[in-house]
Write a protein that binds this ligand. Sequence first.
Ligand SMILES: [Zn+2]
Length: 92
Amino acid sequence: MSDDLESGNCSECGIAYALPKEFRAARRNDHKPFMCPNGHAQHYPQETEADKLNKRILFLLKELETAKTELASEKARADRNFNLAHALGKTS
Ligand SMILES: [Zn+2]
């Protein structure tokens, strides 16, 4: 086993501790809390690049949904206008 350790300090009591790099990386991504050796909860509140991209994707998906809805109602209105024009054309 060759655990690559990364050291850090507790933000509460300042005790130095080391954690596997993968563990730290995972906590940076999921922001889940973990304990210092003295039992203080630690977590990484910073937004990661992945978090930012996820937010951006969700925003863009919402924009896309709005655009689709608008397009559908515009299309329905155009159809109604077309049918109306067609009907008027027939009767006159
Ligand atoms: Zn602590």
